[in-house]
Ligand binder design. Structure first.
Ligand code: KG4
Ligand code: ZN
Length: 335
């Protein structure tokens, strides 16, 4: 029997609505983003993000409904957190209303869980259990161990900044627009003379745990620019971006290598906005070849926040009877 789930994502500045069949086949996928509003602020302004959610959620739903009508939908799933409270409420209240009006079950979904489940979308190569999951986003840097669907053991997390946050803060310091990740990646590509020793620390490498830390690299970037009296020419920016990106990728790879050594999974499944980074993809890809672990990255459109990943997670781990409690707290991890 086929099950079509409508997934709604509204935790931050993206409004994603999608319909996914059996957790894997995307029948419709619409995304509206208010990211351009935040370029001048260098980061998200929660009040503006919530207002933008309000503006676009119904038109986005409308576009999806034109592709897949109500009578083809079996359940409504919505991301309940972690996220910004104002943004979350828009998606959650829309989902509750649809569930009531259409008389269809409502399935609450944890946003971080959904980033892992993005790896089941539109692929012939779905992850296999046991797996290690890595979520690298603007708000989280988490390692999780799963022996089966819905079984999450948080095995590592960041002690300070999330990796995407570090990309965004360093980009802002270098005068690059928000969101910083793609701009750092682009600037780093312009650095040709890459034979020097990396001036930035590979944080946490060698530590006997699975924790991450990125605030040290960020501080090192600021100090490096000050000590070397860099005036942040395009050449300076390219160099700093190159070595910062390299240090971050090396730091993540060292932690992942340790996790794969301890847990010996069949698959490594990566999700979250930073999973779009090519250097990270290549480095973790090489690591997995060496360790004979299957590596999984979602398509770029499913790496960043989107409604399809919410619908997929709902299909595989959803509990329609769970009371829907909105969780804005960023200390919430996998459930
Ligand atoms: O998962 P996501 O879309 O939203 C959150 O749940 O946070 O992740 C957004 C984060 C931002 O910090 C952004 O700078 C980062 O992902 N990002 C990247 C790249 N694309 C997006 N970081 C590094 N390289 C990229 N290509
Ligand atoms: Zn996210």
């Amino acid at each position: 029997m086929n099950i079509n789930i409508l997934g709604i994502e509204s935790t931050c500045d993206e409004t994603g609505i999608a319909v996914v069949k059996n957790g894997t086949k995307v029948l419709a996928n619409e995304l509206a983003t208010s990211i351009s509003k935040f370029v001048k602020y260098g980061g998200i302004v929660p009040e503006i993000a919530a207002r933008e959610q309000l503006k676009v959620i119904i038109p986005t739903l409308d576009s999806v409904s034109r592709k897949v009508p109500e009578d083809k939908i079996d359940a409504i799933a919505v991301s309940y957190g972690p996220g910004l409270i104002g943004s979350l409420l828009v998606g959650v209240e829309t989902a509750k209303t649809l569930s009531l009006a259409w008389q269809k079950p409502l399935i609450p979904v944890n946003h971080l869980t959904a980033h892992i489940y993005a790896n089941w979308l539109e692929t012939k190569n779905a992850p296999e259990f046991p797996l290690v999951g890595l979520v690298v986003s603007g708000g989280h840097t988490d390692l999780v161990y799963m022996q089966k669907h819905g079984d999450f053991k948080l095995i590592g997390s960041t002690l300070d900044d999330a990796v995407g946050e570090a990309f965004d803060k360093v980009a802002r310091f270098l005068g690059l627009p928000y969101p910083g990740g793609p701009h750092i990646e682009k600037a780093a590509r312009n650095y040709k003379n890459n034979r020097e020793q990396n001036p930035f620390p590979i944080t946490m490498s060698g530590k006997e745990n699975l924790e991450f830390s990125f605030s040290g690299i960020k501080t090192a970037v600021v100090r490096y620019v000050e000590v070397n009296k860099l005036r942040l020419s395009d050449k300076d920016i390219a160099k700093v971006a190159f070595y910062f990106e390299e240090a971050v990728v090396e730091s993540i790879a060292a932690r992942v290598k340790r996790a794969l050594g301890i847990y010996k999974p069949r698959s490594l499944a990566i999700g979250g906005g930073v999973a779009a980074n090519l250097k990270l993809r290549n480095k973790l890809g090489e690591l997995c070849v060496d360790l004979q672990v299957r590596v999984h990255f979602p398509k770029i459109e499913f790496s960043v926040d989107n409604g399809a990943m919410i619908a997929s997670a709902a299909y595989f781990v959803g509990k329609p009877d769970d009371p829907l409690t909105v969780q804005a707290d960023s200390s919430l991890h996998f459930t």
